[in-house]
Ligand binder design. Structure first.
Ligand SMILES: Nc1nc2[nH]cnc2c(=O)[nH]1
Length: 453
């Protein structure tokens, strides 16, 4: 028996369809996990198994988060890591992360996902690259299943410790054979390549300064054998560039190409310092970028030239990045910062609200190599979120509610529907007891911070 869900009478439905229609008084009709109809409320079925009256709400496609380290929700605002650039920040945090446990991974992933979902996100990737004390990517996947989020779980890794010229301490790196075997196990166990898939695995060595060239190359081979995507950090700041030049005698983009890390199945986080040749090469090859404006500001990494990248044809999505380098992981807030930061760097017309929203929907879908999310149209996965315009932060912005969503104080969702399931109803989770999750999370976070003293 199929189940139907109707969202009707919306103030506006932002479709992100080919014509970028915004439908005043719009409705969306869903059957099971797929959108069947989108249009004016009067033209769609009038009833369904569940009906949500969306009067005074803006309805948008669920936002797509293309970069995160969810475990870092446990290590927000650590004093020694509040004011440094990337390498200093990492060096202060690695020893704390060495104390992570499987329970911490599970609870912090639930917490980070709850925060993302409340802020409008329905699909997220997560880059877990440190595996001390028996931690596994399975712990994150279990959390995603529990909360009901569409998930691209990236099997990160570090294999080059300080004794071999890398940045991380030796005790947090893994053997490369073990990394590749575990990655293959995860792909075989969890990867679902089908349309509307809720669970995909990504092959994701951490960064040029923490894994070998061999691991980069072998990872690319493994990913392509199984048809899964590749993800890493690239060209994040000046030290990152200097490391690449000194160690490989290449720019980060040249190194990525040399390792086979370009193509529509690859996306790189940050790329703040990607040079023009790199931008054109990424555009030619369809290589994607996860833009993380808050983290780039917090670590003073710079302003990524997103306007130039988009104009050149590079696929760009938005990412909140880990909560230790963006302590406020609000997806709609990140869209706002993406718009504002391009203006700081490149002028007032560098990015509009609608362009920023497009990066976080269609852009994110493309970066994750998906054509079933990011837009509200028949045949797409039923991922959509509703924002209540009656909140004080939207007062005065009703004449252009779509722009208000991005310009005004970032709001939390009233409803979140993921794969046809109402995961948030009237601002409350239907899948998890958030109070209980937060109580556990805060206890675990305090124990990590105290152990660091
Ligand atoms: N922003 C950021 N960059 C990284 N490069 C390697 N690891 C990290 C991380 O955790 N965060």
């Amino acid at each position: 028996m199929s189940k139907t869900l109707l969202i009707k009478n919306a103030r506006v439905v932002v479709t992100m369809d080919d014509a970028r229609r915004e439908i005043a008084g719009g409705a969306v009709f869903i059957r099971d996990n797929v959108i069947e109809q989108v249009g004016n409320s009067a033209d769609l079925p009038q009833t369904a198994d569940e009906v949500i009256d969306a009067g005074n709400h803006v309805v948008i496609p669920g936002l797509v988060n293309t970069h995160h380290h969810m475990y870092q929700s446990l290590t927000r605002v650590i004093p020694a890591a509040q004011n440094g650039e990337l390498f200093n920040w990492l060096t202060n945090l690695y020893p704390i992360w060495a104390n992570l446990t499987p329970e911490m991974i599970q609870v912090s992933t639930l917490t980070a996902m709850a925060e993302l979902i409340m802020s409008g996100c329905t699909t997220s990737s997560d880059h877990l690259y440190i595996y001390p004390n028996g931690c596994k990517l399975d712990d994150s996947i279990e959390a995603a299943q529990q909360i009901g989020m569409r998930f691209h779980a990236a099997r990160g890794s570090m294999s080059v410790g300080q004794s071999k010229g890398g940045l991380p301490p030796d005790r947090v790196v893994e053997d490369e054979k073990v990394i590749l075997q575990d990655t293959q196990r995860l792909i075989e166990t969890y990867h679902d390549s089908s349309r509307h898939s809720m669970q995909r695995i990504v092959v994701a060595p951490c960064s040029p300064f923490s894994v070998s060239r061999d691991l980069m190359r072998e990872s690319a081979v493994l990913a392509r054998q199984h048809g899964v995507s590749l993800h890493t950090h690239l060209a994040e700041n000046a030290n990152d560039i200097a490391y690449s030049r000194e160690k490989f005698n290449m720019t980060p983009a040249e190194y990525a190409e040399d390792c086979g890390w370009v193509g529509h199945d690859v996306w790189h986080a940050h790329c703040v310092q990607l040079d023009d040749e790199g931008i054109y090469m990424f555009a030619r090859t369809g290589t994607g970028i996860a833009h993380c404006p808050c983290s780039n500001m917090r670590l003073a990494s710079g302003i990524a030239p997103i306007r130039k990248m988009v104009d050149a044809g590079v696929p760009v999505g938005i990412g909140v990045d880990g909560s230790a380098s963006n302590d406020g992981a609000h997806m709609l807030g990140e869209v706002r910062q993406a718009m504002l930061l391009q203006r700081v760097g490149f002028g007032p017309d560098a990015m509009t609200a609608r362009q920023a929203l497009e990066l976080a929907t269609l852009g994110g879908a493309k970066v994750l190599n998906r054509d079933d999310i990011g837009a509200l149209k028949p045949g797409m996965s039923a991922d959509l979120v509703l924002f209540d315009l009656n909140k004080v932060g939207f007062a005065g912005g009703w004449h252009d509610p779509v722009a208000a969503l991005v310009f005004c104080t970032p709001a939390d969702v009233a409803y979140s529907i993921i794969n046809g399931r109402v995961v948030v109803r009237n601002g409350q989770f239907t899948t998890v007891d958030l109070g209980n999750v937060l109580e556990r999370h805060n206890k675990l976070a305090l124990s990590l911070a105290e152990a660091a003293h």
